[in-house]
Design a protein. Structure first.
Length: 255
């Protein structure tokens, strides 16, 4: 198991709740009366540096830093970006590699170079490339967390130490049990848990988008967190909800 870990703990502090959802990307500053715009790159890192101490005191335990989207930076640009964020704060950094949403994967060599930074301690891997994950984990001590529910068991078996999960909103207990089973070398139990999760993952992650369907699932289960969405996301249709109901039943829920 990797030597580094990244610990998330909930906080009721409004400052943490507000700032924990900040996505660290490219900050654009537009001119008031014209089409000019400037990329205020240093402003972002200054912002992180100024907020790092109060956020830490308020209860934050680290920064989840996604690959900048839209701008499609080079690998040198990604290295500079993540390094600047880590340099601007005393908090540990969990890099988020999700090319399906950002448009750019973090290359193996880039991750290896990022792992040399003392505050870049982990990677949330949603790249869908277990071989690349194996290469990184084999060559450095960057802790790996699965960011793809369909590959949770795969990445855990390869050496990952946890998950950052969408379906975890409704089956966190099973994810915890699967993580512990893999850590105890009990692959049989881990497989059985994963089998129970397959219809749930299919229902939430493959029908209408994870955020939409997990909201619908929380609503069906009568749990906190369901309900309205912000545009451009719209609620699941009646048909999608009925499909989801069947998937949740197949995954062991009584509905």
């Amino acid at each position: 198991m990797n030597g580094r870990q990244f610990s998330f703990k909930s906080s009721g502090n409004p400052l943490v709740q507000a700032l924990s959802v900040i996505v660290f990307g490219v900050l654009l500053v537009g001119a008031a009366l014209g089409a000019r715009r400037a990329i205020a790159s240093m402003s972002l890192y200054l912002f992180i540096g100024l907020l790092g101490a109060p956020v830490f005191r308020a209860g934050a335990h680290g920064l989840l830093v996604v690959t900048p989207y839209y701008s499609k930076p080079s690998q040198d640009g990604l290295l500079a970006h993540f390094t600047a964020v880590a340099d601007a704060s005393d908090l540990p950094v969990l890099v988020y590699d999700i090319p399906g949403r950002s448009g750019v994967p973090i290359a193996t060599e880039t991750l290896l170079r990022l792992a040399e930074h003392p505050r870049i301690v982990a990677n949330k891997d949603a790249k869908g490339d277990p071989w690349a994950a194996s290469q990184v984990m084999n060559r450095c001590d960057l802790a790996y967390y699965s960011g793809d529910d369909g590959l949770n068991l795969t990445l855990l078996a390869l050496g990952g130490i946890g998950v950052v999960s969408v379906t975890g909103h409704i089956v966190a207990d099973r994810h915890r049990a699967m993580v512990r089973a893999v850590a105890a070398n009990d692959l049989h139990t881990a497989r059985e848990i994963n089998r129970s999760l397959v219809p749930i993952t299919e229902g939430i992650m493959t029908k209408a988008g994870g955020a939409i369907m997990v909201k619908a699932a929380l609503e069906l289960l009568g749990r906190t967190g369901g309900g309205s969405l912000r545009l451009p996301l719209v609620p699941a249709t009646a048909g999608q909800v009925e499909e989801l109901r069947a998937d949740l039943r197949a995954g062991g829920f009584e509905l």
